[in-house]
Design a protein around this ligand. Structure first.
Ligand code: UDP
Length: 238
């Protein structure tokens, strides 16, 4: 696979990644391992920012299915992402990586509010910026927040760390014959409704020409491999 060279990247970490082998919540050892991956990427010269999901704690849709108002449930989901952001900040700072958390929902005694120009400055100074609380709006997902922040930060690519090593034509966990794509166009992803990110996130990346690299972040070294264009992953681009 030929991967264009990237300098500034956004890493999307779904909440599921942070629960490790558990079925809920935050696993500190997993946060530390992911933090080491981020530190290695920084040492390799990349400028990095991170958007964290919240699905390991609370998802708006699941809350709404149980009877919460959708908007209230989505705000609860956004608050869950703040917990994950603080956990990742903690893990990164334990290994000496300077970080700032910026939340789309201001909570001044916990972290900085999201201010685009300040976030860019942090990255220029070598800090890892972790974006929390998604877009700050209900009815969105952290995938869309990742695409939005990647565009705002002028990122060269969006790396989506998941528990599968790319995009398949069928669910590889259910179908052993499922085939992995090495590269796909944004329009193909949208037309075939391939499960990469939600459609609004894919469209935002397409319109701003930001490639999406889907890779498995569950094994050590995979982020570095994906950044070098080695290992198995799927790149979605124009
Ligand atoms: N959320 C939201 N607006 C946003 C981002 C997230 O309302 O801009 C809520 C939504 O309820 C979502 C939850 O936060 O279910 C957690 O985010 P997400 O499901 O995207 O996390 P992930 O699947 O990446 O763990």
């Amino acid at each position: 696979m030929t991967t264009p060279s990237f300098n500034r990247i956004l890493l999307k970490l779904s909440g599921e990644v942070l629960m490790g082998e558990g079925e809920f919540g935050i696993d500190p050892a997993t946060c530390e391992r992911v933090a080491r991956e981020i530190a290695a990427a920084k040492d390799a010269g990349f400028e990095l920012c991170v958007v964290v999901g919240g699905g390991n704690i609370f998802r708006g849709l699941a809350g709404a299915a149980k009877g919460f108002d959708r908007a209230s449930a989505d705000y609860m989901g956004m608050l869950a992402t703040v917990m994950n952001a603080l956990a990742m900040q903690n893990a990164l700072e334990h290994i000496g990586v300077d970080t700032r958390v910026q939340s789309a929902i201001p909570m001044s005694s916990v972290c900085e509010p999201y201010i685009r120009r300040r976030a860019v400055r942090h990255m220029e100074k070598g800090r890892v910026v972790i974006f929390a609380a998604g877009t700050g709006n209900p009815f969105f997902t952290t995938d869309t927040a990742a695409a939005l922040r990647a565009a705002e930060m002028g990122c060269d690519a969006l790396f989506k760390g998941t528990s599968v090593d790319g995009v398949y034509d069928a669910d590889p966990k259910k179908n052993p014959d499922a085939k992995r794509y090495s590269a796909l166009s944004f329009n193909r992803v949208l037309a075939d409704d391939l499960k990469v990110m939600d459609a609004s996130a894919v469209a935002l990346c397409r319109d701003n020409n930001i490639p999406i690299v889907v890779f498995n972040i569950r094994s050590e070294g995979n982020l570095a491999d994906a950044l070098r264009g080695d290992g198995t992953s799927t790149i979605v681009r124009n």
